[in-house]
Ligand binder design. Structure first.
Ligand code: 6PG
Length: 246
């Protein structure tokens, strides 16, 4: 494992994707324990995607499950596909199956985005939930993010108006190339987080990661997220084109 720095935060480079998942699970345990040392509840936003999913599975395993005070963890989602909660594409379903069903969360402490509603209704309802639970200017304690091959994160996709949204906390977004609606936390909410952990692995992310971390060649959506403590956990494959890795 190698540690490096970028203008967008620390970069920890692991040999393989499964080490990224372990590193992210360790970071989750460390950050959650740190927040719970000073607060009654820790507010965490989960991401969708296969890289985050590998980390959720680890957190649900005996090696990790006992290291988190789950009844004091409040779960949010960074984004959601506009599908019902039992749909194969649902981020909530993925997180429930990989993690939430396997850990002793407190009652009413999972706040899913209502993907079955119309996109505007789902976004508006989630914004109200976020404000009710975390206040008008929500400062989540930990936001987990993945990154797509195009440099998107959450559902902040290249070329979408939501990239410029600075007043709404939650917004619906039509994603042309997926021909589907999403609901996403906006840049201000993601950047207000106390801690952001970005997990990225695989050759197909190398171009976008290099662009993001080098920061020189155009705006990559994930670089819009600028949290106080932000760390990238990546594998060698994803970091192979990043000039700053050595
Ligand atoms: C989603 C995610 C999305 C995801 C990235 C990375 O709803 O799909 O929120 O932002 O984290 O696309 O996904 P992979 O790890 O599967 O490449």
């Amino acid at each position: 494992m190698k540690r490096s720095r970028s203008e967008y935060g620390d970069v920890i480079i692991y040999r393989e994707a499964d080490e990224v998942a372990h590193g992210a699970a360790d970071a989750f345990v460390e950050i959650v324990a740190g927040v719970l040392g000073d607060h009654e509840v820790v507010r965490v936003a989960l991401a969708g995607g296969s890289t985050p999913k590998a980390m959720y599975r680890l957190l649900a395993s005996p090696a990790y499950r006992e290291r988190v005070d789950w009844k004091r963890v409040e779960i949010f989602f960074g984004d959601e596909r506009c599908v019902p909660p039992d749909h194969p594409e649902s981020n909530y379903r993925m997180a429930r199956e990989a993690l939430l069903d396997h850990v002793p969360l407190g009652a009413d402490r999972v706040h899913r985005i209502l993907g079955e509603r119309s996109p505007p209704e789902a976004a508006s309802a989630y914004q109200q939930t976020l404000i009710r639970v975390a206040g008008e200017k929500p400062r989540l304690d930990l936001v987990l993010l993945g990154m797509g091959p195009d440099g998107h994160t959450a559902s902040l996709f290249p070329g979408t108006p939501v990239l410029d949204e600075r007043s709404l906390l939650v917004a619906p977004v039509w994603v042309d190339k997926l021909e589907s609606w999403r609901v996403t936390l906006t840049v201000p909410v993601l950047s207000a987080a106390a801690h952001v952990v970005i997990v990225t692995a695989g050759d197909e992310k190398a171009e976008a990661l290099a662009k993001a971390l080098d920061g020189a060649r155009g705006v990559v959506p994930i670089t819009l997220v600028r949290a106080a403590d932000q760390r990238w956990l990546v594998d060698e494959a994803a970091a192979q084109k990043w000039r700053g890795r050595d």
